[in-house]
Design a protein around this ligand. Structure first.
Ligand SMILES: [Fe+2]
Length: 213
């Protein structure tokens, strides 16, 4: 009767995970950490559970030129994978987050961009993670014997030093409280297509009316 039964995954949500070579990540992260810490001294007082964020123009600062190069290479890989590499993208914002012990970041996304991402400069505990929310608007949730990416409504990804994550800017995410003994430092960024209005925003279909016979 049944010849075969298979599942096709429709509309999957991509998360790109890029890990640097540990031997190269260590000195790279030490340099980034020193630059970021310089920027927030003297540290202004922030409410309990909150964090410090630097200005959002790190991508324009010479001290972060190597970091920008890393993002550009990774973003080109993403664009190639999605087959949209004929449309150039630029970094539209890039800032560092310094989360002291106890600090967390509530659920949010990054409007008006195509891709967003985060790079981990310093991670205090092995248990650190970022949590992504299921983007589907409605779900019936029977409790399965074991949650999978088809039945769960959230997914966590481990944060580790030297790891770069890139994901669609609409994907909602949060960062649980830092349960370690020292700061968790990350750099967030957004990417958007250059000249979006001129090159991409017009209708995708061709008009048929008014053509000469
Ligand atoms: Fe974010």
């Amino acid at each position: 009767m049944i010849e075969k039964q298979e599942v096709q995954e429709l509309f999957p949500t991509p998360l790109w995970v890029v890990d640097l070579k540990p031997a190269e990540a260590a000195p790279f992260n030490a340099r980034l950490k020193a630059e970021i810490e310089k920027m927030i001294e003297p540290r202004p007082k922030v409410p309990a559970g909150s964090n410090w964020q630097t200005p959002q123009d790190l991508h324009k600062r010479p001290a972060f030129a190597d970091f920008v190069k890393l993002l550009e290479v990774a973003a080109r890989g993403v664009a190639r994978f999605l087959q949209v590499d004929q449309h150039p993208m630029s970094i539209t914002g890039c800032w560092a987050n310094i989360n002291p012990p106890g600090a967390y970041h509530p659920t949010h996304n990054h409007p008006n961009n195509y891709l967003s991402g985060v790079y981990y400069v310093s991670v205090p505990t092995a248990g650190s993670e970022i949590l992504f929310q299921d983007p589907r608007p409605f779900g019936i949730m029977p409790k399965p014997r074991e949650y999978s990416r088809l039945t769960a409504n959230a997914a966590n990804t481990a944060c580790k030093e030297g790891r770069l994550l890139i994901f669609p800017a609409w994907l909602r995410h949060s960062v649980p409280a830092n349960d370690g003994q020292h700061d968790r430092i990350s750099i967030s960024f957004n990417l958007m297509f250059d000249n979006f209005t001129e090159t991409m925003a017009s209708p995708l279909w061709a008009a048929t009316a008014g053509k000469e016979k």
